[in-house]
Design a protein. Structure first.
Length: 112
């Protein structure tokens, strides 16, 4: 169990509805054991030569490090942004029972 690294994947979405769709898909497909949605974030960013401001919903997916590529690919399929924010954050120390649950609720990627 200790060989499996847990990560958080930080994502943003343009609306609560889009965030819920992405989050539900990741959990249903067992790419994430849990997804937290945090609505009401305001983002300020450079885009195509201008400073933009937008309301977004934060998505925090809890998963295994080995699933990052599959999770990122699925988010790109579902996301409305041409360049979605998909960032892996290491989890550090994790309580053993929680890590066991996370491993049990996620699926290892299939070998092609």
């Amino acid at each position: 169990m200790t060989d499996t690294a847990m990560i958080f994947v930080y994502l943003t979405a343009g609306s609560p509805e889009e965030a819920r769709l992405i989050g539900r898909s990741l959990v249903e497909e067992r790419l994430a054991a849990c997804v937290n949605l945090i609505d009401g974030m305001v983002s300020l960013y450079h885009w195509q030569g201008a400073i933009e401001e937008a309301r977004e919903t934060v998505i925090i997916a809890k998963t295994r490090a080995e699933l990052f590529d599959a999770l990122a690919a699925r988010v790109r399929e579902l996301h409305s942004y041409s360049t979605p924010c998909i960032v892996e954050l290491p989890a550090g120390r994790i309580e053993a029972n929680y890590l066991g649950w996370l491993i049990a609720e996620t699926t290892a990627p299939t070998q092609a």
